[in-house]
Write a protein that binds this ligand. Structure first.
Ligand SMILES: [Zn+2]
Length: 471
């Protein structure tokens, strides 16, 4: 039917699953949408994309997911997600705190009281929420203590992603250590996830001004040596530029460039407060940025006035979307994030002809995959790629009547329309229900764990308005 249909002889094994009858938003180079199309899956790989009739005839033995009337998209990418620390105290940190108070009054004690069980449970919660919103790949932005437990949580949920452990070498803080020791721990974590499968190990620094020059340079060398990614936080507010200017006389990314840290292996979390020279460096070095607009709005960090992300995208830079943390953006709904990214781009320039839904949806899929260095595997529905896909139910009143497919996906809905999710050929959300984790059990476990964590950390849910027992 189209160039998308692969010869069945190229399939890596028997076709076991056919997602048929939906409008398939392939995100292939021509951006073809196959109306009433199908995706055939062999094991964990896409074997063919094409006509439903043709593929059903070719693979009569395959299990069929009937996507008639639905929209089928690639699994989406969330390039900055804190899987631990916040999920158990989600939407607990007040939104009327001065800068820094949320870190020192909440995050530090909560992280300090976290057990390994909490880390795994947090990662299950966050992973399941991401999957339920159609996110099939997450970049972990900073597990502090137990990366292997967090990875176990990702595996229980069945999500794809990266795992790292926070490296820093300042004087005080959990797991801070001298440069050599910090890099050894990074190497060990990356090596432990090098065996293929759904999780890749990444070198992961806290970032900001919480690393020596030696650690920054060493981490970049390590990522290059190991052929993996490096991620760290930088410049969500004016604080990092002020500190770097005071310490080095240079803006943060200018300084990182001088150290040899920038490059295609680096994914900078945030990059909101960049000046012209830093934007040029991001573009000339192919450094990628994870853009988490809900976090900046929730925390009042100045993205509407300062953010250059849309400009970087328009100039060919590498940008992915992220959902950050459960008290910084709070939800893990990348379609809601895509709509916001488009809205901010248009409104801040008062330009209704700029950066529409289609560009935003590219960031959520193929462009986001390219920004995290995985577009050879994920981000589009094409033969040979990993079978990560989402079936969006369009039977609700919010999709009635159907409009233009991508306008409706980005502006007109959100993760709430996600019906089925496949990761590496495995159905992990089916008809809105998680197949990998029992949600009723998870709710009981998470509620108890939250209570216990708050008690150990000496925290209480800070209701501003009187909550009156009235049963
Ligand atoms: Zn973060």
């Amino acid at each position: 039917m189209t160039a998308e249909t692969a010869d069945s002889t190229s399939a890596p094994g028997p076709v076991t699953l056919l997602v048929a009858g939906g409008d398939v938003v392939t995100m292939n180079p021509a951006r073809e949408v196959l109306v009433g199309g199908a995706v055939a899956v062999a094991g964990d790989v896409i074997a063919a994309v094409g006509s439903s009739t043709e593929l059903a005839g070719r693979y009569p033995e395959a299990e069929v997911i009937d996507a008639t009337g639905c929209v089928v998209t690639p699994g989406m990418v969330n390039a900055h997600q804190h899987l631990t620390g916040d999920p158990l105290i989600r939407s607990c940190i007040p939104d009327l705190l001065p800068p820094g108070a949320s870190i020192f009054e909440w995050s530090v004690p909560a992280h300090g009281a976290h057990t390994g069980d909490d880390d795994e449970l947090s990662a299950v919660l966050s992973s399941v929420e991401n999957l339920a919103n159609g996110v099939t790949t997450v970049v972990e932005a900073g597990t502090v203590a137990n990366p292997h437990r967090a990875a176990a949580g990702m595996r229980r949920a069945g999500i794809r992603g990266t795992m790292g452990v926070w490296g820093w070498d300042i004087e005080e803080g959990p797991f801070t250590a001298p440069v050599t020791e910090t890099l050894d721990r990074q190497r060990e974590v990356v090596d432990s996830f090098s065996g293929g499968g759904l999780i890749d190990g990444w070198v992961t620094l806290v970032g900001h001004d919480l690393a020596s020059d030696e650690l920054l340079a060493g981490a970049a060398d390590l990522a290059r040596d190991l052929g993996t990614g490096l991620t760290m936080h930088m410049s969500p507010t004016s604080s990092d530029p002020e500190r770097y200017l005071a310490r080095t006389g240079r803006r943060p990314l200018v300084h990182l460039d001088a150290l040899g840290v920038l490059g295609p292996h680096l994914l900078v979390g945030h990059g909101v407060w960049l000046d012209d020279s830093e934007v040029e460096l991001v573009l000339s070095t192919s450094t990628a940025i994870a853009y988490c607009p809900w976090a900046y709005l929730r925390l009042g960090q100045g993205v509407a006035g300062q953010g250059r992300h849309a400009e970087i995208v328009e100039r060919g830079g590498r940008v992915a979307l992220g959902c950050d943390a459960s008290n910084a953006g709070d939800t893990s709904d990348i379609l809601r994030t895509a709509a916001l990214a488009a809205g901010l781009a248009r409104d801040t320039r008062v330009d209704p002809e700029r950066f529409g839904a289609h560009t935003a949806f590219e960031l959520a899929t193929i462009a986001g995959a390219a920004a995290i260095g995985m577009d050879d595997r994920i981000g589009s529905l094409e033969p040979g790629k990993q079978a990560d896909m989402v079936v969006h139910d369009t039977s609700s009143i919010g999709w009635t009547p159907r409009g233009e497919t991508v306008l409706h996906l980005v502006w007109g809905t959100g993760g709430r329309s996600v019906r089925d999710v496949v990761v590496a050929g495995r159905l992990v959300i089916s008809d809105g229900t998680c197949t990998t984790v029992d949600i009723a059990d998870l709710r009981v476990e998470a509620t108890a764990a939250q209570q216990s964590l708050l008690e150990r950390a000496g925290l209480e849910i800070p209701h501003r308005w009187p909550h009156i027992p009235s049963a």
